[in-house]
Design a binder for this molecule. Structure first.
Ligand SMILES: [Zn+2]
Length: 325
């Protein structure tokens, strides 16, 4: 039985902005230890300046290639030092030492590795961040949302306090990843001692079918891509993750409203750091896309403010729920 995190009544709904901070690679190609680059890393500086001006403290989940890149320190080092950004760990096993496993889709999910190897890769990334950024991360997101049966214990043993790897309503089993279709978005304690808090990403169902069938309907539709597209187009059912990557701002705002109706205490926004540079991800192909990308945040931050949802970050969320009420 899971223990949901409880918040004081005066805490109010909060949102966290989380960034999977990683190298650029071909998202459609095979996994490779070498075919990647960090040319989008300097763009983090512009992103951080934008978010700081909006009084939002982003969490940068950094993976090994980014944490060991000198330009990452130049872009984010001062923000970590003055608390205007939160450092976290991200794990892409295929580019993280020790390199002991075969490179393939199944092993791209860290949770599928042996407990020993998953722990060693977490440790090497944690050390890389501490050594190069001068801050010891305590919050985590697995690459590709790839947590497994050992991940929470590994994180607790390594001194982590928050995991944010669960992406509710998504199913990655077709590539050997986890199935989150039965997961909810409310934060919960992973252990009786309240060492590690799970703060899932936020995904909502919208549409008239959501109320009637919701969770039961989507998996059936998801088996047929055409079914999903028709359901979305007819207004019957859409699955909306809170991300500028593929979710229009107006739908994100509608999903925020739905999350508040469902009394979700913490809303988690997310995106991938290469999207901050032109050509860095499939979502930002040119300067106009980048402008649109930033505009998405203007719209969503304004909407959060209108709805009374204040910005927070994961360590603050943890502190607010740590003590029994
Ligand atoms: Zn990633």
């Amino acid at each position: 039985m899971r223990e949901p995190a409880t918040f004081d009544a005066d805490f109010g709904p909060r949102f966290c902005l989380t960034v999977d901070t990683e190298e650029s690679f071909d998202w459609g190609g095979p996994f490779s230890r070498v075919d990647h680059h960090c040319r989008a890393v300097p763009a983090l500086a512009q992103g951080q300046a934008f978010f700081a001006a909006a009084h939002v403290t982003p969490t940068y989940f950094m993976d090994y290639p980014v944490a060991t890149n000198a330009e990452c320190r130049a872009a984010l080092g001062s923000a970590f030092a003055d608390g205007s950004a939160e450092a976290g760990t991200h794990l892409h096993p295929w580019v993280t030492p020790p390199y002991a496993e075969a490179v393939n889709p199944v092993n791209s999910y860290a949770g599928n590795l042996s407990v020993h190897l998953e722990a060693e890769k977490l440790a090497s990334t944690t050390s890389a961040i501490a050594d190069n950024l001068g801050v010891r991360p305590k919050v985590y997101r697995a690459g590709r949302y790839g947590i497994g049966p050992n991940s929470h214990q590994i994180l607790r043993d390594a001194g982590y306090i928050v995991d944010s790897s669960i992406r509710p309503l998504f199913d990655y089993r077709d590539q050997g990843g986890p199935d989150f279709t039965q997961e909810g978005c409310t934060p919960w304690w992973t252990d009786a001692q309240r060492q590690l808090l799970e703060v899932p990403l936020t995904t909502c169902y919208l549409g008239w079918g959501a109320k009637r069938w919701g969770a039961a309907l989507y998996p059936a539709l998801a088996k047929r891509k055409l079914g999903m597209a028709l359901a979305a187009r007819s207004g019957m059912l859409s699955r909306i993750p809170l991300t500028p990557e593929g979710t229009p701002a107006r739908l994100a705002c509608a999903a925020i409203d739905q999350a508040l109706i469902e009394k979700l205490p913490v809303l988690v926004l997310s995106f991938h750091s290469p999207s901050l540079a032109v050509g860095g991800s499939p979502y930002v192909r040119d300067a106009s896309d980048l402008k649109q990308f930033y505009r998405w945040f203007d719209t969503v931050f304004n909407h959060m403010a209108q709805r009374g949802v204040r910005a927070s970050h994961l360590a603050e969320i943890y502190q607010k729920v740590r003590q029994p009420t």
